[in-house]
Structure formats: C-alpha cells, structure tokens
Design a protein around this ligand. Structure first.
Ligand code: AHN
Ligand code: ZN
Length: 324
C-alpha cells in the first residue's frame, strides 16, 4: 500500500514537472493583428490627390478637410477639429484645421498616431513650374492614407488601448531657401506647433507618438532619425524590432541618421514629456536633401506611390498598437 502511494506521488510529481513548461508556453497570448490593406490605403491617397493640392486657403484644402472629417467620423468614436489662423513666412494667414480623431477617448493608456494632411504650395525643388503647387501624393497624402486605413481596421476590431489619430495642418508651407522674404524661424510645421502649445484637451498625455511622413515611396528606407532616438529611444526600438520580426528589415534599417525638422520635433520640444514622438520618414542617401527622390517636385504624384511601402509601414504600426 505504502509503495503504491509513493509510486503515485512520484508519478504526480513527474507529470507536474513535465507539464510545467508546457503551461508556461500556453500563457504567451497570441494577439490577433488585422492585415493592413495597402489597396485601401492607396485608394485613400487617390481620394486626397483628386481634390487637387491641399494648400491652406484653397478650395481643394477645404474639400479635403470635409472628406477627412467625414471618413474619420465614420471610423472613430470622436472627432475634434482644432481651428487656427496661422501666419506664414510670406504674411499670409492660413486658415488651418488640425483634425483629431479618437478611439476610446477616456482611456488613460493611449498612443498617438499622426501625419500632416496639407500639401506644399510650390515645387521649389523642381526645375520647372516652381511656383505651382504639388500633388503631394507622398508628402502629405501617404501618411494620411496609411492612418485612414489604420482607422478603418480599428473600427472593425478595436484595440484595447485608446488611440488618437492627429492630422496636422500647415506643415508644408515652410519658407523656401531662395525666398526673398526675411528669414522666418520655424516656418514649417505650423499646425503641430499650434497643437503642442494649445492641446485639444488640457493635460493631454499619450504613452508615445508615431509620426508618418513620406511613407509611400518606391523602395523607401526608414532609418532611426536623431530627434526620434533622443526623445523616444524605446519607441524607436519597439517599432524597428517589430518591423524586423515581420520581415520588413530591408525597409526599416537599424541605421542612425541626422535630425529632421518635422512635426515630431515640435511635439517633443513644445509639449515636453507629454507624447514622446518618433518620425517614420524616408531616408534616401542618393539625394542631396536625403529626402524622398521626388520631394517638393511635380513628380510627387500618385503614380509614384508604392503599395509595398504602405504595407510595410501600416502593418508594422498595426502590430505595435495591438501589442500595446
Ligand atoms: C524640411 O523640409 C525643413 N523639413 C522636412 C519637413 C517636411 C517637409 N516633411 C515633409 N515636407
Ligand atoms: Zn514637404
């Protein structure tokens, strides 16, 4: 009897020690992440481009704002439009709209995703028609297109955390290098500068922010930009590691590159500590500016948007948010 008892206890112990690692494995919850639809994101870019250039104070700008507000209202819980009159380097007062769309607006744990939706009034990097506004399919259109598709995915399958999607206005009305006007400091990113100094909700905080800028170029490469590394090093690591895990290691390179003046810089500098924000922006070693090859030219058009790049960026951001 005693022997049988010992045998039984022995078996139990053995089976326990055998099963323990198995159970531990099962605890690792696999999170279902939706598949980012690059065709849908591309369509959202085509919709924007169809309004013509989205230059502040033009009919295309107003029509596109209405489109973005309506789309986001259909996908999100709340949409706030922050209006501001912002003075540009040339003295023009830009009637600007920052569009802020939220999922679970009362949830304390939240992340912010952002892009600029306006487009540049000139093609100062082109050799022809320098004073004609650009389509801005990539510079303006692509970040918004990816975020609209992300919003659509969230509407079908809500992530557990709160998310704010902010579309900044008047980012790209910056002073050209050869401008005759007196030099104006901080002439780019007027919408995000306004937001950072006039938060849409007092005491707004998010765990971190991800800015998307020029995320639709063919064979685009995204490097780790200095301001992103400085203000939000953990976020850079998280995003680049996620991309590598998903097989987008050729798109997201573990290479550090120079500081870029973009919306994230003003968010980090003017609203310190509220939303440590990184910039996912193409780095092109082959161009003098190191920006997208068609940056601020008339070649920044829909035909030059690559769905593979939209997919790499959109899928990576979806993974990051659903795993938060
Ligand atoms: C400058 O052009 C100085 N900074 C990049 C910000 C930008 C312009 N992003 C898109 N267009
Ligand atoms: Zn630009």
């Amino acid at each position: 009897m005693r022997n049988i008892f010992i045998l039984l206890v022995g078996c139990l112990l053995l089976s326990c020690s055998n099963e323990a690692p198995k159970r531990k494995k099962n605890v690792e919850i696999k999170i279902e992440v939706p598949s980012f639809n690059a065709d849908s994101a591309f369509k959202f870019i085509a919709d924007q481009v169809a309004f013509g250039p989205r230059v502040p104070n033009t009919p295309g700008h107003i029509a596109c704002a209405n489109y973005l507000i309506e789309k986001l209202n259909s996908y999100c819980d709340t949409v706030i439009v922050q209006e501001a009159q912002l003075t540009a380097f040339d003295g023009n007062v830009l009637n600007s709209k920052n569009i802020i769309a939220s999922f679970k607006p009362l949830r304390a744990k939240r992340v912010m995703l952002c892009a600029h939706w306006d487009t540049r009034p000139f093609a100062d990097q082109d050799t022809e028609n320098k004073n004609v506004a650009i389509d801005g399919a990539n510079d303006g259109g692509s970040g918004v297109g990816v975020l609209l598709e992300i919003a659509r995915q969230f509407s079908l399958n809500k992530p557990d955390i709160g998310v704010d999607i902010i579309l900044f206005d008047s980012e790209d009305y910056g002073q050209p290098n050869d401008s005759e006007y007196p030099r104006m400091e901080h002439s780019y990113c007027l919408g995000s500068q306004y937001w950072a100094t006039h938060l849409h909700k007092s005491n707004y905080f998010a765990k971190y922010g991800i800015l998307l800028d020029m995320v639709g170029g063919k064979n685009a490469v995204f490097t780790q930009e200095l301001a992103s590394i400085t203000f939000a090093p953990q976020v850079v690591k998280k995003v680049w590691n996620t991309a590598a895990k998903l097989g987008y290691g050729n798109t997201f390179k573990f290479q550090k590159t120079n500081l870029i003046i973009d919306d994230h810089l003003y968010i980090n500098n003017l609203a310190p500590g509220r939303v440590p924000t990184i910039d996912i922006i193409e780095y092109n070693p082959a161009t003098e500016s190191h920006f997208y090859e068609h940056w601020h030219t008339h070649e920044d058009k829909l035909e030059n948007i690559d769905k593979n790049t939209l997919k790499a960026v959109g899928q990576t951001v979806l993974h990051v948010v659903y795993n938060e």
